[in-house]
Write a protein that binds this ligand. Structure first.
Ligand SMILES: Nc1ncnc2c1ncn2[C@@H]1O[C@H](COP(=O)(O)OP(=O)(O)OP(=O)(O)O)[C@@H](O)[C@H]1O
Length: 327
């Protein structure tokens, strides 16, 4: 089901959370919404799922204006918020039972079993939620969102706070949904490698503005990355990681993934990055042509702030892409 976002504006008092982004989420795609802290991602999702109304502009899901659709939005859009909590004494199955009843679903038992199976919680279904790990809780949230078989699934930072195994399990579930169903999946994440792996298309927001939108491959080919590469360095162990991070800090744009520290830099500087590092800190490295991180840096700022750093200077560097674009 296609989603169309047109010139959406939202303020909270003096704060402009969304300043007119317009883009289209193709039907059946897995779509990533990226941005710096405070860029407006959660605000956009709150509007998209009908929890709030835009001050101006319009969001349509399958041709229906979300702001006018009332409870009918729930028939089309399911939401996994960033912080989903459940009554701790209930079992996973009981939680889903409540969700199924609220939605007035028929054949509840079958749908609950399907949802549990899809997220890999069938074996834990009759255990109390208080005994669930963080990752199991996220997957239960996903099952609750999936239970009504929604055409659109909105996931706000679905893997935030999960350990690598939890992240991998979640990725597999999303990939399977993307592959085996027509569900349009919209997710936000600060982990660019995750978005690159899961998503076909992205929108990049900054300070409420849209900086870029479209298929990742198109954005990549439009980005001037000829002279840039990404050096991916795998730390020898957990103790080596901080030393490695410090060693490469000034070598380029540095990001961290679960298993590597990545430095995007000028092609000719790549040898220097490897030379800077004490080999005993390294398990291995590879040099890749730049991916989504290069697009991200290109459309946002020359000196990218650390996305994980709440204190990052939001005004750092000039904005190079200022045009609103449509996917
Ligand atoms: N209820 C609210 N009241 C006041 N300001 C708000 C409210 N919700 C969001 N904001 C502000 O709107 C802006 C966008 O916030 P939003 O949470 O949408 O960003 P985000 O991209 O999801 O950020 P993050 O990546 O840090 O989760 C921020 O400046 C935020 O402080």
């Amino acid at each position: 089901m296609q989603i169309t976002i047109t010139d959406v504006r939202k303020r909270y008092g003096d704060v402009v959370a969304l300043d007119g982004p317009s883009f289209t989420v193709p039907s059946g795609s897995t779509f990533g919404v990226l941005g710096t802290n405070g860029a407006g991602k959660t605000t956009l999702f709150e509007l998209l799922v009908g929890h709030d109304r835009p001050d101006e502009g319009r969001i349509e899901v399958g041709g229906i204006d979300v702001a006018e659709a009332g409870h009918r939005v729930r028939e089309r859009v399911a939401f996994l918020p960033e912080h989903a909590g459940f009554p701790p004494a209930m079992t996973g199955r009981e939680v889903l039972d409540v969700h199924a009843r609220i939605r007035g679903l028929t054949n509840q038992r079958e749908r609950i079993d399907d949802a549990l199976e899809t997220v890999g919680l069938a074996d834990a279904a009759d255990r109390a939620v208080e005994g669930y790990s963080n990752g199991m809780g996220r997957r239960l949230g996903l099952a609750a969102a999936l239970i009504a078989d929604p055409p659109v699934l909105v996931l706000d930072e679905p893997t935030a706070g999960l350990d690598p195994r939890g992240v991998a399990a979640f990725h597999q579930t999303i990939e399977r949904l993307g592959r085996e169903t027509d569900t349009t999946i919209v997710l936000s994440s600060h982990v660019l490698s995750e978005v690159e792996r899961l998503c076909d298309d992205v929108a990049i927001l900054e300070d409420g503005h849209l900086r870029a939108a479209g298929p990742i491959d198109d954005l990549r080919s439009e980005t001037d990355t000829d002279d840039r590469v990404t050096v991916s360095l795998r730390p020898a162990n957990d103790q080596a990681r901080p030393d490695l991070l410090e060693a490469v800090q000034d070598c380029g744009d540095v990001t961290e993934t679960d298993d590597a520290i990545e430095v995007t830099c000028d092609r000719e500087a790549a040898f220097g990055v490897c030379g800077t590092v004490d080999p005993s800190l390294l398990d291995g490295f590879e040099v890749r042509e730049p991916g989504l991180e290069a697009v991200f840096q290109d459309v946002l700022t020359d000196e990218a702030p650390d996305l994980e750093d709440e204190d990052a200077d939001e005004d750092a560097g000039p904005i190079r892409a200022t045009e609103e674009v449509s996917a």
